[in-house]
Design a protein around this ligand. Structure first.
Ligand code: C2O
Ligand code: CU
Length: 492
């Protein structure tokens, strides 16, 4: 994979390699200019404006079209031996059906809404034409009960993505309206198994039924809804079976409304090969890695040939004794471990941006009733008065200022967390790199579409806008977004 990976994401890598080239050329120019004039010009070391192709321009569609039908409807789900009511799902299953395609394939997804309320589906992390992004009220009208909407797009990048309702996420996502979306490499590496694992937590009452107070003011004031039952693919403590020597690619998705996980792989020799769908430039240690709502991590793990019994994959965010998420059960005859270098992709060094003034600052805070006029609708639901809001620069949606960016023009954005809560900030339609945390330069070695801010964190990111349109920028803790921490990012 190492050799083919630069070609695995033609669009993105073309952009990056070209950007890298431009940095070198610009660097040369700067050096030359420095020789000519004593003053160092205010040259941007990174200006890929001429090399970023707009969406779709250098696509190589394979011609294959996958027609998928997703029916959103109320139903039940079996969890821990209980038939749980009040679940909403796609095609009657939680998670919804996995959509898995090859790079270059087109999907044509008909979403039929058989719920009593409106919905819309967002393809988290996938670069789609703006009108296909599934943000009701912004990129499309909500899909009314009884009607349908057809989403059609050709994902330009390989990776692990997911889809979920983008309407009243604090309720609809929580009830189960989500699923995985995988775009496979043109030449997938020879893993023994490639498994998608959607991690979610459910808030259940004493008899194992879903707590349906999705707008709890306690949750709203804190870090959103955190459940009491951890699940993977909506199963509690599931088991994956593998033979000794097998090499697995685990595609983890944090589908929770608010919960952050800190992964523990114990004795297992596991590395992260992709974050938020994007290959890393070098494999990263996975033990202790945090994944916030919206984040994905792809993990490369080899079962030792002499292994017996089982391994536990756990979460240790809140406790010293990790809480098990799932079990890897080793059984069967040993196989020869597939041998290849973990897939990686070059990631350009954007550390010059540390010196830049931010092009936009987003201060995240909680504002009280006194800051919101009584006749002002608040939150995505647009309720009137009496509700405090989660705010960006003192404004709770729909009150907002759209940030305007230019296609292909690199810019630095600063998020400042002025609240005691977590905020995993998610930008639609683009990808970015974190360049500093709390003023300290960082080089993560991968792109992201969602970055977690702990309380009081300041995070600087660099974006090279690749797709025109009006995109959502919001906290992925669903209750925070629903109650105001939501704004727009327009690329022209
Ligand atoms: Cu995964 Cu705007 O969301
Ligand atoms: Cu938040």
């Amino acid at each position: 994979m190492t050799s083919s990976s630069p070609f695995a994401r033609p669009d993105r890598n073309t952009v990056l390699i070209a950007a890298l080239g431009l940095v070198l050329i610009a660097g040369g120019l700067v050096a030359a200019l420095m020789l000519l004039s004593p003053a160092v010009p205010e040259a941007l070391a990174l200006d890929p404006s001429t090399v970023v192709a707009p969406y779709g321009q250098d696509e190589l569609p394979s011609g294959a079209i996958h027609e998928v039908s997703l029916v959103a409807a109320a139903g039940t789900m079996r969890l821990d031996g209980v038939d749980v009511d009040n679940v909403w799902s796609f095609n009657g299953s939680v998670p919804g059906p996995e959509i898995r395609i090859q790079l270059g394939d087109t999907v044509k997804i008909t979403v039929q809404n058989d719920l009593d309320v409106a919905t819309a589906v967002h393809w988290h992390g996938i670069r789609v034409p703006n009108g296909m992004d599934g943000v009701p009220g912004i990129t499309q009208d909500p899909i009314a009960p009884g009607s349908s909407f057809v989403y059609e797009f050709t994902p330009p990048d390989v990776g692990t993505y997911w889809y979920h309702s983008h309407k009243r996420g604090n309720e609809q996502l929580e009830r189960g309206l989500y699923g995985a979306f995988v775009v496979e490499d043109a030449e997938p590496a020879a893993y023994s198994q490639d498994v998608t694992l959607l991690v979610d937590d459910w808030l259940l009452d004493q008899v194992g039924q879903l707590d349906t107070d999705f707008d709890s003011s306690e949750d709203l004031h804190h870090n959103g809804r955190w459940g009491n039952a951890l699940s993977v693919n909506a199963e509690i403590l599931p088991t994956i079976t593998a033979a000794p020597g097998e090499r697995l690619r685990l595609r983890l998705v944090n589908a929770s409304n608010g919960r952050i996980y800190q992964l523990r792989f114990g004795e297992l020799d596991a590395v992260a090969i992709a974050m938020d769908g994007f290959y890393v430039d070098r494999p990263l240690p996975v033990d202790g890695l945090e994944i916030a709502p919206g984040n994905r991590v792809d993990i490369d793990v080899t079962i030792p040939v002499d292994a017996k019994g089982s391994f536990v994959i756990a979460d240790s965010l809140l406790s010293f004794s990790p809480v098990p998420l799932m079990t890897l059960e080793v059984s069967g005859d040993p196989v020869d471990p597939p041998s290849f270098a973990p897939p990686t992709a070059p990631v350009p060094d954007w550390s010059d941006a540390i010196e830049w003034e931010p092009n936009g600052t987003f201060e995240l805070s909680l504002i009280g009733d006194e800051d919101i006029a009584e006749d002002q609708p608040t939150g995505l639901a647009g309720d009137f008065g009496g509700v405090f809001g989660w705010a960006i620069n003192g404004r709770a949606w729909p009150d907002h200022r759209t940030h305007v960016a230019s296609l292909g023009q690199a810019e630095k954005l600063r998020f400042v967390n002025d609240s005691g809560a977590f905020h995993p900030m998610h930008l639609h339609g683009q990808f970015f790199q974190v360049v500093a945390r709390n003023g300290v330069p960082v080089r993560e070695g991968h792109f992201r579409d969602t970055v977690l801010l702990n309380s009081t964190d300041t995070v600087d990111i660099v974006v090279v806008p690749t797709d025109v349109g009006v995109w959502a920028l919001h906290c992925h803790i669903q209750l925070h977004a629903e109650y105001g921490m939501f704004t727009l990012y327009e690329v022209r």
